[in-house]
Write a protein that binds this ligand. Structure first.
Ligand SMILES: [Zn+2]
Length: 73
């Protein structure tokens, strides 16, 4: 999971494919994990090339295998 600790010590859940941020911010790491686990939020953890990635609802809908071309590395 990639979580960013911004100025005010908050965690932000970020999609590993498109870089989209979850609409909610969290004060606690575990709150972010809980958010991701809740089905209604639409986020999902998926293994890509042996690495666990967080995937936002949009990337899941947009065709699983074509979304990777966006990576800038
Ligand atoms: Zn995404």
């Amino acid at each position: 999971m990639r979580l960013i600790d911004k100025k005010q010590g908050r965690f932000i859940l970020i999609c590993d494919i498109c870089g989209e941020e979850a609409p909610e911010k969290f004060y606690d790491f575990h709150d972010a994990v809980d958010y991701k686990k809740q089905k209604e939020n639409g986020w999902k953890s998926q293994k890509i090339k042996g690495v666990w990635c967080d995937i936002c609802p949009e990337c899941q809908e947009g065709g699983e295998n074509e979304t990777r071309g966006k990576s800038k590395n």
